[in-house]
Write a protein that binds this ligand. Structure first.
Ligand SMILES: Nc1ncnc2c1ncn2[C@@H]1O[C@H](COP(=O)(O)OP(=O)(O)OP(=O)(O)O)[C@@H](O)[C@H]1O
Ligand SMILES: *[C@@H]1O[C@H](CO)[C@@H](O)[C@H](O)[C@H]1NC(C)=O
Ligand SMILES: *[C@@H]1O[C@H](CO)[C@@H](O)[C@H](O)[C@H]1NC(C)=O
Ligand SMILES: CC(=O)N[C@H]1CO[C@H](CO)[C@@H](O)[C@@H]1O
Ligand SMILES: [Mg+2]
Length: 331
């Protein structure tokens, strides 16, 4: 938006200059030419482009962000750091990076996508190379699926043609029409080029609640056995996750061969959040608002939330969602 403002400003100047100099055509044209050249330089300087000035992966930055800003997700944190660092340091990847993030609501799936974007693109989520599709928002009507399909394919193709380091985030993947998932499959595969476009440097991230319940169950079993949450390993959730996601007819993944063809590189489980993590989220939100950290308020906020299962009350029903509005209430 700033760029546009500068441009507008220059245009106004140009027009003014042209009017004042209306009787002196030579000076005018020189002036106009100079203005235009300066304008172009300024525009290029501020306008995001598909090069290392605007797209530069910061591995330390991602690690710090995951360590300091993401709470209670030791598995997700570990997998994502390895996956993204590995992919971004590979000069010649064989296929695009495809991550599928699964878990209960409010556990940080969108949040992590934002952290990744911020450490790959200077402009973060505002980058013109980061594209977010929300199935219920962008593709709501099953009857229009044919239109959506061709639209989506054109977008992906168009976007990757203009920058191969593009990032696509598909939110609410479990509510996405299976046909639509099928139509993005070719882009995720091991093709050198499709129609002259190479997709191998792009990143695709799928977000869904699919498998969330089975992750909760495994985490709860761990908790009940008195074991430390951080000792949970990927293999502990992997089996139940794949069973519940892929054998469930209602989950969009089931109908497609995304899984069969191994197009997804990493399945990333997000664990349900406990009281302690809610307190951390509340403190982080205070910090973000430049408020002094107040443990009492954080405790109040955390106490205010609903926890499940009914008998044990271990996990927050809404994760760290709604913390913001709760904080408004107490401060
Ligand atoms: N694990 C976490 N660590 C730190 N903050 C978190 C975490 N989980 C959630 N939050 C906070 O809560 C907000 C909502 O979380 P987010 O949108 O990432 O949830 P989600 O997993 O995408 O949920 P849903 O499945 O409902 O879309 C985030 O913006 C972030 O501020
Ligand atoms: C990378 O991230 C670290 C930690 O956030 C930061 O200190 C550093 O300046 C960043 N580097 C670049 C090149 O942006
Ligand atoms: C899935 O569909 C198959 C046949 O289409 C059916 O036999 C099975 O019961 C369904 N499973 C679930 C969990 O709905
Ligand atoms: C060139 C091109 O097709 N650009 C598309 C990129 O994706 C966005 C959606 O995020 C479309 O609106 C653009 O048209
Ligand atoms: Mg979300």
């Amino acid at each position: 938006m700033k760029v546009a403002d500068i441009f507008l400003c220059l245009n106004v100047l140009l027009t003014a200059g042209a009017l004042v100099n209306a009787f002196d055509p030579i000076t005018t044209s020189v002036g106009v030419g100079l203005f235009a050249a300066v304008g172009r330089t300024i525009y290029k300087y501020f306008h995001e482009s598909c090069d290392t000035k605007w797209i530069a992966f910061n591995a330390t930055g991602l690690k710090t962000d995951l360590d300091e800003k993401l709470f209670g997700q030791h598995l997700a944190s570990r997998i994502i750091l390895r996956a993204v660092s590995g992919f971004m340091s590979n000069e010649n990847p064989k296929k695009p990076l495809v991550l599928s993030l699964h878990g209960w609501t409010g556990t940080g799936k969108n949040f992590v996508s934002k952290l990744i974007a911020e450490n790959v693109y200077k402009e973060g989520m505002h980058s013109s190379f980061v594209h977010v599709f929300t199935s219920t928002l962008h593709f709501p009507h099953p009857s229009l699926i044919a239109t959506y399909k061709s639209e989506l394919q054109q977008w992906i193709k168009g976007n990757v043609s203009s920058c191969e380091r593009s990032m696509f985030i598909f939110d609410e993947m479990d509510k996405m029409h299976p046909g639509l998932i099928d139509c993005i499959k070719p882009y995720l595969d091991y093709y050198d080029k499709l129609d002259g476009v190479s997709y191998r440097k792009s990143i695709f991230i799928f977000l869904s609640n699919a498998g969330g319940e089975s992750i909760v169950q495994t985490t709860l079993d761990f908790w009940k056995a008195g074991r430390i949450r951080e000792e949970m390993e990927l293999k502990d959730v992997e089996t139940s996750l794949s069973l519940s996601v892929f054998n469930n007819n209602k989950s969009g993944f089931f109908h497609t061969s995304l899984i069969d063809k191994n197009l997804v590189d990493f399945f990333v489980p997000f664990l349900p959040l406990e009281y302690l993590h809610i307190v951390q989220c509340a403190l982080a939100e205070m910090k973000a608002r430049n408020l002094p950290p107040d443990m009492d308020v954080a405790d109040q906020v955390a106490k205010d939330l609903v926890y499940f299962p009914k008998s044990e009350r271990v996990f927050s029903v809404k994760g760290c969602k709604t913390i913001e509005s709760k904080l408004d209430y107490y401060t």
